[in-house]
Design a protein around this ligand. Structure first.
Ligand SMILES: Nc1ncnc2c1ncn2[C@@H]1O[C@H](COP(=O)(O)OP(=O)(O)OP(=O)(O)O)[C@@H](O)[C@H]1O
Ligand SMILES: [Mg+2]
Length: 587
């Protein structure tokens, strides 16, 4: 990793998300300094107690010095505890608040992502970033504000007092500290890549869980539970192994510290003991000295934990920053147009590739002019890029070459909200949300009256079955709309789109699960109720498109032919073949 990248992945770049929680984060280290001041002074009192107060009181029979010393120690310990508790509270409050704000910022950013941005990260990885990665970062920050000042100050003050007491004994640290630093650097360097691998494995695990739960019905229908269990087990094992491999390295911190700590204590006892025998030092001073040496090494250990924490969270931080720094691929232009004149659509030499690669186009040289209010059928084999073609109209993706105009203007000139308000698209993969039917329908128009909702449902042939539910329009749909059948769900999604009263209505295979009679009723309602709305109907069944004004036949990303049903029957082989094969099915 380059130096520059390291700097970029620093937690400091995220601190602006602390918002109003910056105050506890600022106060916490200050309070911790108070704690350290007490903690490092108490050993001095021990020395005074043992080397002065106790011998004096033994001589004079007077306890006052001992009591003063002891009382001071208790008071300082209590104050230190108070500071410690306040520091923990402030650190936790600031850190948790920071985590909350960071999650919110990520979530808001993702809301602005285009389909292409989301394709790039994958949903599972976004979930890990918003949960595990934020937790990791938040914990590091809490540790950072608690230790960042406390440990260095403890180190310096203890070192100062120790040096003041006995410079020659303090020189033991000249051996211990470089060894500790070297050990920590080696541990850090080898731990970092391992933790990065671990986070990747977490992504995979999350993906398994997510895929399985979304498709749990399919899993059960295909009796794939055993297979899925094994797949999950494997992913879980991989996380365990990756984590174990990383922790195995970090674990060396403990023994390293212990060896150095006990090595120092033994040396102090050895050399200090000799000084006591020679009468150069008191017993109290030796005890105090050992306390300082312990505090110095403890401070260094805390710093090393902090370093390890920062190393660990660097992977998380860089993954969070990746999302925060990702530019939404589709952004509003400056001085965007907010009015879509009508539902006219014009494809002018349009080429499109999901990867933005001009040599590998999914759609090639599309030229098509659709008049406002026209009904267009769109037909073609699976994978012929029907969905891709219509996704360009509400700018779910941007064209790679050529131009696409809606209402006489390039789609890239519109304010995205204004454009999408006028282009209703019933996606091939429909989603409803938990909540009542009415709430779901109001996605189309949050101010829709009950009458408008009923009218839209009538047009979408949904009113009848909704009324048959005991809860009617208040029926709760459950997560992802599980409480309705596939065809019912499709009809609710059409009603939701109708409520938008859009200028352009796109139905991507939106009636595939609806019987032919109902399908034709819906199309009839669309035609009579929305005469000015441009309608694009993608279907596999010829019967769904044969009464359209014109039918577009897509073949492998290119327009093979455009015409009415009769014209296409007369001249387009692909169309005729599909028609005949479907007629045969009927016969
Ligand atoms: N998000 C995506 N990223 C990359 N490639 C994609 C993506 N979605 C579709 N494709 C590719 O684009 C091509 C056209 O897919 P598209 O979904 O437009 O076909 P379709 O005609 O709608 O098919 P179907 O009738 O099965 O819905 C396919 O080859 C597919 O692999
Ligand atoms: Mg499709």
């Amino acid at each position: 990793m380059t130096q520059e990248k390291k700097k970029k992945d620093s937690i400091l770049n995220l601190l602006k998300y602390a918002g109003k929680y910056k105050w506890p984060l600022i106060f916490c280290p200050m309070v911790m300094i108070g704690e350290v001041a007490m903690e490092t002074y108490i050993p001095k009192l021990i020395q005074r107690l043992i080397d002065e107060a106790i011998p004096n009181s033994a001589q004079s029979g007077e306890m006052s010095q001992v009591l003063i010393c002891g009382g001071l120690m208790i008071a300082m310990a209590l104050i230190s505890m108070g500071f410690g508790m306040a520091g923990s509270y402030l650190g936790a409050k600031g850190g948790m608040g920071f985590g909350r704000n960071l999650r919110q910022a990520l979530f808001e950013k993702i809301q602005r992502f285009s389909f292409k941005n989301i394709d790039k990260f994958s949903t599972a990885s976004l979930v890990t970033r918003i949960t595990t990665d934020v937790n990791q970062t938040q914990n590091t920050l809490i540790m950072l504000v608690r230790m960042a000042f406390r440990s260095p100050i403890m180190f310096l003050m203890s070192l100062f007092y120790a040096w003041q007491m006995n410079p020659s004994l303090t020189s033991i640290l000249f051996v211990a500290v470089p060894l500790l630093a070297l050990g920590i650097v080696i541990i850090m360097r080898s731990a970092f890549p391992r933790f990065q691998i671990m986070m990747k494995k977490y992504d995979i695990l999350n993906r398994e869980v997510q895929e399985n739960l979304i498709a749990i019905r399919v899993v059960k229908a295909f009796v794939r539970s055993a297979f899925e269990k094994k797949k999950f087990g494997d992913a879980a094992d991989e996380v365990t192994n990756a984590q174990r491999s990383a922790e195995k390295v970090v674990l060396w911190n403990g023994p390293l510290m212990q060896i150095l700590m006990y090595g120092c204590i033994v040396s102090v006892l050895w050399f200090g003991g000799q000084q006591i025998i020679r009468g150069e030092m008191g017993v109290g001073a030796l005890l105090t000295f050992i306390t300082y040496i312990t505090q110095i090494l403890m401070a260094l250990m805390m710093l090393s934990f902090l370093f390890v924490g920062i190393v660990l969270s660097r992977a998380s931080i860089s993954r969070i920053l990746e999302v925060l720094n990702e530019e939404p691929d589709i952004a509003n232009p400056e001085s965007a147009a907010t009015h879509v004149k009508d539902g006219e659509i014009e494809f002018d030499h349009v080429g499109f590739s999901y990867a933005g690669d001009k040599d590998n186009l999914v759609l090639q040289d599309i030229n098509l002019h659709i008049k406002a209010g026209e009904t267009i059928g769109l037909i073609g084999a699976t994978g012929s890029a029907k969905t891709s073609l219509v996704s360009l109209i509400p700018r779910l993706y941007d064209v790679t070459t050529g131009t696409l105009k809606v209402g006489g203007r390039d789609v890239r000139e519109y304010d995205i909200h204004a454009l999408r308000d006028q282009v209703a698209m019933v996606l091939q993969k429909n989603v409803l949300f938990s909540g009542s039917i009415k709430e779901n329908l109001r996605w189309g128009d949050e101010n829709a009256t009950d009458e408008e909702i009923t009218a839209a449902c009538q047009a979408a042939a949904a009113d009848e079955f909704v009324r048959s539910f005991p809860g009617g329009y208040e029926t709760d749909l459950g997560q992802g709309g599980v409480n309705v059948s596939g065809g019912q769900k499709q009809r609710l999604c059409i009603a939701r789109a109708l409520l938008k009263k859009p200028r352009i209505m796109i139905l991507d295979d939106a009636t595939s699960a609806v019987d032919t009679a109902t399908d034709s009723r819906i199309r009839e309602a669309l035609r009579s109720q929305m005469p000015d709305t441009t309608k694009i109907i993608i279907a596999q069944r010829i019967t769904s498109v044969m009464d359209a004004d014109r039918v577009v036949v897509l073949d492998n990303g290119k327009i093979a032919d455009v015409g009415t049903h009769d014209e296409l029957m007369a001249r387009c082989d692909i169309y005729r073949d599909v028609y005949l094969s479907q007629q045969k099915g009927v016969a």
